[in-house]
Design a protein around this ligand. Structure first.
Ligand SMILES: Nc1nc2c(ncn2[C@@H]2O[C@H](COP(=O)(O)OP(=O)(O)OP(=O)(O)O)[C@@H](O)[C@H]2O)c(=O)[nH]1
Length: 300
């Protein structure tokens, strides 16, 4: 069966994907002009066809549109090759939306490029679903901190970097003291509030490049890259103080205020994985518990 040009036009016009055709030049400002868009393109960006044709697709970009992605597009256009990527655009209402975009050159019979065509699809919902699934997979629901798996992932990356750059890295393990008592006396809900409070304290007490995670029940970990032992000890002492002042400020019953036992270790020459360093922090934590709790112990 041979389709007529008119049939093709109808198909393109009513396709669910947004389609836009531009001229080839100029690649510098103001950019190539749009010569055609289908209905779906108008629907996607909120502008009527009359408001779109004659302008460059750049008018849909905005402050959060990634400059690196735009450079990749420009390079592909210069080299007259197809490219597929995701880009943030802005709807007429000002609302940002993500499109998956496939751009390709249209060639004349003699092989010269006459236009570029882009086929686009809204992937905003897909991306936010993906993001929330990712967050669920890497964070602890109660505290919002990294979960054990993500803590180990990031930790191993930090460890490799520290080994390569020969910079110090300290690993800390914290465990709440007599937490079972809190649950037993004040209920699981108060226990949960306390765990959330500890999560906030850890985030407050560390730098942005440090990482805190909930490793299990009432056990937490901290990674302190580019931090020598004496600085790590200052950090954990600050966290102990912060925990007491936050417990005081929170409307928790006084008997539910907790202390933490802390074990600190430092990346050693023989540590090839985070587990090695973490195990020593765990040993130090065990010693802190044995020696009466609410204290800091070191195992190097
Ligand atoms: N509320 C709450 N409790 C939890 C959660 N995860 C673990 N726990 C409780 O944490 C308590 C841990 O008890 P233990 O291992 O005996 O430790 P502890 O009472 O803190 O005693 P030490 O560590 O020896 O000082 C148990 O009662 C668990 O049920 C949680 O997500 N929420």
């Amino acid at each position: 069966m041979v389709l007529k040009q008119r049939d093709f036009r109808l198909i393109v016009e009513h396709a669910n994907d947004a389609i836009v055709v531009t001229e080839v030049q100029p690649l510098d400002e103001p950019g190539p002009r749009i010569v055609y868009v289908n209905h779906a393109f108008s629907r996607l960006c909120g502008y009527d066809r009359g408001e779109i044709v004659g302008r460059s697709p750049r008018f849909l970009q905005g402050p959060q549109t990634d400059r690196g992605t735009l450079q990749n597009i420009r390079k592909a256009l210069e080299e007259v090759r197809p490219i597929c990527l995701q880009l943030l655009n802005y709807h007429k209402s000002g609302q940002a939306y993500w499109v998956e975009l496939s751009i390709m050159p249209l060639l004349d019979n003699d092989g010269t490029v006459s236009h570029f065509v882009a086929i686009e699809r809204d992937v905003t919902q897909w991306r936010s679903l993906h993001e929330s699934l990712y967050l669920q997979a890497v964070t602890d629901e109660l505290t919002g901190l990294f979960n054990r798996r993500m803590f180990a992932d990031v930790g191993n990356k930090y460890l490799n970097l520290a080994r390569r750059q020969r910079t110090p890295l300290c690993v800390v393990m914290l465990d709440l003291d007599h937490f079972k008592h809190v649950n037993d006396c004040y209920g699981h809900h108060t226990g949960d509030l306390l765990l959330q409070l500890v999560g906030r304290v850890l985030e407050k007490g560390i730098r942005e490049s440090d990482v805190a995670g909930r490793l299990g029940g009432e056990e937490f970990g901290i990674l302190l890259p580019e931090t020598a032992l004496h600085d790590a000890l200052l950090v954990v002492a600050r966290i102990q103080d912060l925990l007491q002042s936050e417990c005081r400020q929170a409307s928790l019953p006084a008997g539910a205020w907790v202390t933490v036992s802390i074990g600190v270790s430092m990346l050693g020459e023989a540590d090839t994985t985070l587990d090695c360093t973490l195990q020593r922090a765990d040993q130090a934590l065990y010693t802190a518990k044995e020696r009466g709790r609410n204290r800091i112990e070191i195992c190097i």
